[in-house]
Design a protein around this ligand. Sequence first.
Ligand code: LMR
Length: 394
Amino acid sequence: MLTNLTQQPADKILALMQMFREDPREQKIDLGVGVYRNAEGITPVMRAVKSAERQLVETQTTKAYTGLAGDPVFAKAMTNLILGASAPSDRIAAVATPGGTGAIRQGLELMRYADKAATIWLSAPTWPNHPSIVKYLGIPMREYRYFDNASRGVDFEGMLADLSNAAKGDLVLLHGCCHNPTGANLTPAQWEKVADILDQTGAIPFVDIAYQGFGDGLEEDAFGPRLLASRMPEMILAASCSKNFGVYRERTGLLMAIAPNAQVKGEAQATLNFLNRQNYSFPPDHGARVVQTILDDPALRSDWETELEDVRTGMLALREQLAGELRQRTNSDQFDFIAQHRGMFSRLGISAAQVDQLREDHGIYMIGDSRMNIAGLNSETVPILAEAIVAVGV
Ligand code: LMR
């Protein structure tokens, strides 16, 4: 049996992580995988996470199973964080999942289970694991235009034109904020128009939100998901706590399904519980409990929000610095988009050959499509990167 197996295509992001580790050069900069790092290059455990973990060690009396959906208090706290009051709780089914990827997987499983014929529309480009899971599950897939390589902004006309071809019951995968890999995001007015198109076509939004708080702020980053939740009869929402709580390896995520009414919510909840049972039974609890402890404790929550805000503004300062360095070196505003992009990533829009050259000649690692992780920089490495970008001939 095992001899039938063939090599799977390598995940670009994970392959680059490995290459970086194996590079013996001392002067090397990792702008690859989407993991936050502070100025010292460390991915810290957030203060509130440490406090919540201490509390749990002291007070937790059992590690017995929770429910198949995880603890409902986690789902409630996360639903409030992301959706606020935009949709009534009696329409929202939710299950805890192993990370945001687990939520995406369960959302896609739900979609396939409910409607085998439905197509999912992905932005071009999108996080490479989206099409990978979609293909693995055999779900029909189409792309809609999203990134305009000339302006490094959103090709909004192209996006609307493509989405107008979605059929009733198709799903449209939208990044809730901080688009990965481009860093180019929809404005509130554009979100309204996307909602209009979904209304007209009868397509269903499938929102992936993994970077809430990394863009313009916790509330601001939830604008799109909240708008859709308030207007659409149905919606799927996959959320990750990996980045904004820094609990990457705890695998903490939530899948929400907003139903048209409370009765359908009941069916959706039962199906999500069933799907969890088929795939892994009970979802992991530790990260979820830490997150819920923070969100429900005013002091911890305020400390978490302060630290998250420092992370966000730190990345914004790096964006400004890099755009400034490049403005000065190229005597042009061609890289000003870096300061306009939001979240952890920006797609530089340089060629694959230039990306290779940055890695080979300068020890600077970014994904082949020229996505760079802003949080891989600090104020000292920004000028080194700017110099190298100019040196590869942009
Ligand atoms: C990324 O896009 O780099 C992150 O979401 C990490 C991952 O799993 O790919």
